[in-house]
Design a protein around this ligand. Structure first.
Ligand code: ATP
Ligand code: MG
Length: 192
C-alpha cells in the first residue's frame, strides 16, 4: 500500500520549519512521497503580502530539489480561487492508486483550526492528519478532530518572520534553503 504525505500551506516563502516537519514525518511514517501543495489563496487569512504563486512554487522546487522523497503539486494554484483541503484530497485520491494511504501534515497552529475546515468529517475518513509541534503554539492536545501527534525538532521559524526580517533589512540567511534566499533577493520578493 502506497503511503503519501500531503503538506498544504501558503509557503510564502517555504522555510526550514516546513522542511524539517516534512522530513521528520516522512521518515517516521515511512512515506514513499511527500507532496507540498501551495495554495492559490489562503481561506483562513487575508494576505496582503502574498508572493505570486509562480514564485512560491519556484521556491519550493528549489528547496526540495535534492530530496527524491519530496514533490510539489500546482493543483491548487492551477485551480485558483480559495483552496479547500477536501477538494485537494479528492483530487489526490483520484490521481493515485486506490489503495494509497494519505497523511495530511499540519503544524500545531493549523491542527487547532481543523474543526473549522470545510467538510472535515468527510476529510478525516479519507486521510490521516499528522500534527507536529511548533514553538509558540499550544502543545498538541486531542481535539474533536482526531490526529496523530508527532514530535519534531522545534523550529521557531515562520514565513511571517522571514518577511518581517526582510522589511527590517535583516538577514534571512539560514532560515531557509540558500537557493530560496538567493531567489528572494534576486527577484526582490517581499520588497527587498
Ligand atoms: P505564515 O507566517 O505566513 O503564516 P507559516 O510559517 O505559518 O507562514 P504556512 O505556509 O502558513 O507557514 O504553513 C503551512 C503549514 O506548515 C501549516 O500546517 C503550519 O502549521 C506548518 N508550519 C509552518 N512553520 C512550521 C514550523 N516552524 N514548525 C512546524 N510546522 C510549521
Ligand atoms: Mg501560517
Amino acid at each position: 500500500m502506497k503511503r503519501v504525505g500531503i503538506f498544504g500551506g501558503t509557503f510564502n516563502p517555504i522555510h526550514y520549519g516546513h522542511l524539517i516537519a516534512a522530513q521528520t514525518v516522512g521518515v517516521a511514517l515511512k512515506l514513499e512521497e511527500t507532496v507540498f501543495v501551495p495554495c492559490a489563496h489562503p481561506p483562513h487569512k487575508t494576505e496582503r503580502e502574498l508572493a505570486p504563486a509562480e514564485d512560491r512554487l519556484a521556491m519550493i522546487r528549489l528547496a526540495i530539489k535534492r530530496n527524491p522523497f519530496f514533490a510539489v503539486s500546482d493543483y491548487e494554484i492551477r485551480k485558483g480561487g480559495k483552496s479547500y483541503s477536501i477538494d485537494t484530497a479528492k483530487y489526490f485520491q483520484a490521481l493515485y492508486p486506490s489503495k494509497t494511504k494519505f497523511f495530511f501534515i499540519v503544524g500545531a497552529d493549523a491542527a487547532e483550526c481543523l474543526p473549522t475546515w470545510k467538510d472535515v468529517g468527510q476529510l478525516i475518513k479519507m486521510v490521516t492528519f499528522v500534527a507536529v509541534n511548533r514553538p509558540g503554539y499550544k502543545s498538541l492536545v486531542d481535539h474533536s478532530v482526531k490526529y496523530k501527534s508527532m514530535e519534531i525538532p522545534g523550529m521557531e521559524i515562520s514565513s511571517s518572520f522571514i518577511r518581517h526580517s526582510l522589511h527590517m533589512g535583516k538577514s534571512i540567511r539560514y532560515l531557509t534553503h540558500e537557493k530560496v534566499v538567493d531567489y528572494i533577493y534576486q527577484k526582490k520578493l517581499y520588497k527587498t
